[in-house]
Design a binder for this molecule. Structure first.
Ligand code: HXH
Length: 373
């Protein structure tokens, strides 16, 4: 009896001791469950055996703390604007190399794969391009000669540094019943300006991979037109190696089945697929530019926006991984939510948060969904 009482007393004492001891340092000693974060691994490492993860950059970003983030996270780069015809070739006999050179130098020094963007586009063209000295529209012959000179000069300069070019950008029309965009390229030079552009690029650097690049590829109508163009180039023996899907998407599109059938369709081309300009807007997609309205007042990155965005990012990368044998590069269009081309577009005075890193360059919840596989 005495023995039992003694055991009881010592048990109670031990328990009291344990409680007292475990509480002596206050509640902050309670171990919280934490997610295991391996901060030494970037996107490029998680996807090492899948595709080259790239990012669109400005020369300015490479002189800030964003440069460190680029080196931690990305294996590839695309100049957002610096190699476009307007910025790089402002006058007929004048090139502006500084910005493109500084991006190419950074890529070279740090062993990043550089995608060139872009050689022929209807937008951001220099003022002189379509006009002769008297202000009249140039002929087909003059325009194609100018295009050839431009491509030869630019592509040769970055030979060995740029491994892939977006050769023609956005040549397909958004109008339901129109095939090619009715641009000055088409009006002046006719349909074969596209094949010619690829030929000029191939002659300037036979080792570069050449892509046709376009947006709204998830729309069944546009998708079939892109498919038709790329297939016709390939069948005609034009040097084209892949299709670039811009992937400017949003919280409401694409759906899983829409993206799956899009990727499935482009796989049938038997060419490479690059996802070239990925971002997921936190606002439902609007396909037309408009002024800001009162209901646009909430521009904060709310938990609901965060959740919607992470679900789309998760789904997209699940499908990218499914098609890993065909997709060889995935490039984000800008580095962090500090700056995106979507700020003020297509709605004026509206901030967007379309990327995987916040304005302090910290990974967002969507980042952890993308690397969890
Ligand atoms: C891309 N265009 C370009 O390839 C890239 O060079 C640029 O830096 C950013 C995006 C996407 C785009 C295409 C058409 C377009 C807007 C963006 O036209 C619209 C105009 C108004 C409303 C909706 C689309």
């Amino acid at each position: 009896m005495k023995k039992i009482i003694l055991i009881k007393i010592s048990c109670i004492t031990a328990a009291l001791f344990l409680i007292a001891f475990s509480n002596c340092n206050g509640p902050h000693h309670i171990i919280k469950p934490t997610v295991m974060i391996d901060s030494s691994r970037g996107l490029k490492d998680y996807y090492n055996n899948y595709f080259t993860i790239g990012v669109a950059v400005s020369p300015r970003a490479l002189k800030t703390d964003e440069a460190t983030l680029i080196l931690q996270q990305f294996a590839g780069m695309t100049p957002e604007n610096a190699m476009k015809m307007g910025p790089i070739h402002p006058k007929e006999n004048e090139y502006f190399w500084r910005d493109a050179d500084s991006i190419a130098g950074f890529a070279k020094r740090n062993n990043l794969k550089l995608r060139g963007h872009t050689l022929c586009w209807h937008n951001q063209t220099p003022a002189w391009l379509f006009k002769d000295a008297t202000g009249n529209q140039v002929t087909k012959e003059v325009l194609l000669q100018r295009l050839k000179d431009h491509i030869t000069t630019v592509v040769k300069r970055y030979k060995g540094t740029v491994y892939a070019w977006d050769v023609v950008n956005e040549a397909i029309s958004d109008k339901k019943d129109e095939y090619l965009r009715n641009s000055l390229w088409l009006k002046i030079a006719g349909e074969d300006y596209i094949a010619k552009t690829f030929q000029y690029a191939h002659e300037a650097d036979p080792g570069a991979l050449l892509f046709y690049n376009d947006y709204n590829e998830i729309s069944p109508v546009k998708r079939e037109k892109i498919f038709r163009l790329v297939k016709s180039l390939k069948d005609a023996g034009v040097p084209i190696h892949g299709v670039g899907l811009q992937a400017h998407w949003a919280v409401n599109e694409p759906t899983r089945s829409q993206l799956d059938s899009t990727l499935q369709r482009f796989v049938e081309l038997g060419l490479k697929i690059h996802v070239t300009e990925l971002d997921i807007s936190v606002y439902p997609k609007e396909h037309d530019s408009r002024e800001r309205r009162p209901e646009d007042a909430v521009t904060a990155f709310t938990p609901a926006k965060e959740q919607g965005q992470l679900e789309v990012y998760k789904m997209c990368f699940e499908l990218f991984r499914k098609y890993r044998r065909h997709i060889s590069a995935v490039t984000f269009w800008n580095i962090s939510d500090r700056y995106s081309w979507l700020d003020n577009f297509p709605v004026s005075n509206r901030k967007d948060y379309p990327l995987l890193f916040d304005k302090d360059l910290k990974p967002k919840k969507a980042f952890w969904e993308v690397v969890k596989f």
